[in-house]
Design a protein around this ligand. Structure first.
Ligand SMILES: NC(=O)c1ccc[n+]([C@@H]2O[C@H](COP(=O)([O-])OP(=O)(O)OC[C@H]3O[C@@H](n4cnc5c(N)ncnc54)[C@H](O)[C@@H]3O)[C@@H](O)[C@H]2O)c1
Length: 430
């Protein structure tokens, strides 16, 4: 295998390209974001991954210097140099509407330069039927070639978790199906370079939908834990402990409750399913309910905090909130669909003041502070939605900056309740 092309160099596409590069494959990495491609050429990326003691920036530098990774904005350049194309461009969602044109534009750019014998392997998460009903006709129309005769098309879902990408590209079993047997065989060989556990499926729709239901099953599971958390709050018992005890049953595996579900993977998967089922008028009640419960979580969390504030004759209005860690999940640099950011917006809508701190997030944002001290200054409420290992939790020091008897809402249970109360904080958790 001499070279491949990877379209989309985001949280999936960049580490995937660099994993192939580690196996000696030359990768043409294509992204439409010119400024980002320039930054990549200078060994810079916002992505936080590491492997075998090296940061992704170090791996990026090594791969470029060895000529094994070539970032480019040119689909033409990439397709002239390879016959194997992997797509990792996603379908963003804006105000609940799928931006399919983003994904389709990537497919069109591939179709324009597609040659006889090429393989296109879709790895993006997509509504069921996309490979056959959307990708195939676009590629045929743009190229004038015929699928299964002139070129090959397959789908393999991507299952990595951010932060573990390099490891999981190699160790997480992957499922693959082709439009025809030859497409699946060629896709298998491409995947097999870096991954040895490959599950063969009969058709792309099976793998597309299995990916979505994998994510949605987590949405439902977390919604159940979040609903439990609402009950345990009323019963004044500890949800985390209830779950820990329940999970000692060998066939029970409840996930952790929290302040909501963030990122693209889990929330978007059900929306991709609804894209299909709405047209069929299928209600999908359970998935809708899970979405609703998890979407409402930041509101529920604020209601819990409000009750504690009211007990101290305070209101959300004019109270100062400090949010420590705003990424969409623990140890992430991604704020997509972050529940902490939604909580911030709801606090603002209710008249509260907010400051937030998260050293993993790139960019300038309103209300962002660059030190814990500044963030906690005069805080009536301290919220810890997620855990970032590079944020030092030192409540002994925090009490110097926050209001006396400030409320701590510790969604991650990173603080010892007795210690917090001894220091005068009001401690709340899930
Ligand atoms: N992030 C994850 O952990 C994860 C895990 C599993 C699956 N997925 C799925 O993988 C896909 C990619 O996710 P991501 O997190 O890497 O997204 P991302 O937003 O980080 O990256 C997408 C990249 O595609 C580029 N792009 C957009 N249009 C393009 C075009 N026409 N040509 C070339 N590049 C183009 C963007 O500039 C961006 O850099 C999505 O379908 C997502 O649902 C993501």
């Amino acid at each position: 295998m001499d070279s491949i092309a990877v379209f989309g160099l985001g949280f999936v596409g960049l580490p995937l390209s660099l994993t192939y590069a580690m196996y000696g494959v030359r990768v043409y990495g294509v992204d439409i974001n010119k400024e980002y491609v320039e930054r990549l050429k200078n060994y810079q990326t916002h992505i936080l991954e590491n492997y075998n003691g090296k940061t992704i920036q170090e791996i990026l530098k090594e791969s470029i210097q060895k000529g094994l990774f070539i970032p480019t904005t040119s689909a033409k350049e990439a397709l002239e140099n390879t016959d194997k194309i992997i797509v990792t461009v996603g379908i963003p969602i804006k105000n609940g509407v799928l931006q399919k044109e983003v994904f389709n534009a990537a497919i069109k750019s591939i179709g324009k330069y597609l040659k006889k014998g090429d393989l296109v392997l879709i790895r993006s998460t997509v509504p069921p039927g996309t490979t056959r009903e959307i990708v195939l006709p676009i590629l045929e129309k743009e190229s004038g070639l015929k699928c299964s005769k002139d070129f090959y098309l397959a789908y393999s879902s991507e299952r990595i978790a951010e932060g573990k990408a390099f490891e999981e590209f190699q160790t997480m079993p992957v499922a693959v199906a082709g439009i025809d047997k030859e497409s699946r065989k060629k896709a298998y060989e491409l995947l097999n370079i870096i991954n040895k556990e490959i599950v063969l499926a009969s058709e792309p729709e099976v793998v597309e939908l299995s990916k979505l239901i994998e994510n949605s099953s987590r949405d439902v599971n977390i919604a159940l834990s979040n609903e439990l958390a609402e009950l345990t709050e009323k019963l004044n018992i500890n949800a985390t402990e209830v779950i820990k005890v329940a999970n000692t049953h060998k066939r029970v595996h409840l996930l952790r409750p929290g302040i909501g579900v963030g990122g693209h993977c889990i929330p978007y998967s059900s929306l991709y399913i609804f894209d299909k089922t709405d047209k069929m008028k299928l209600p999908m009640t359970l998935l809708h309910t899970a979405r609703e419960i998890n979407e409402n979580r930041p509101k529920e969390v604020l209601r819990t905090i409000e009750t504690a504030l009211n007990r101290r004759n305070r209101k959300i209005e004019h109270s100062k909130f400090a949010i420590i860690g705003v990424a969409m999940k623990n140890n992430s640099s991604d704020i997509s669909e972050s529940p902490a950011m939604r909580l911030k917006d709801i606090i603002l809508q209710n008249g509260g003041d907010v400051s937030w701190f998260d050293p993993n997030i790139n960019g300038n944002f309103p209300l962002r502070k660059y030190s814990i001290e500044e963030t906690l200054k005069g805080a009536d409420v301290i919220i810890i939605p997620i855990k970032q290992d590079n944020i030092k939790i030192d409540i002994d020091q925090w009490k110097e900056f926050a209001q006396k008897n400030a409320i701590i809402f510790d969604a991650q249970r990173v603080i010892n309740k007795d210690e917090a109360e001894k220091l005068g904080f009001v401690y709340l958790s899930i």
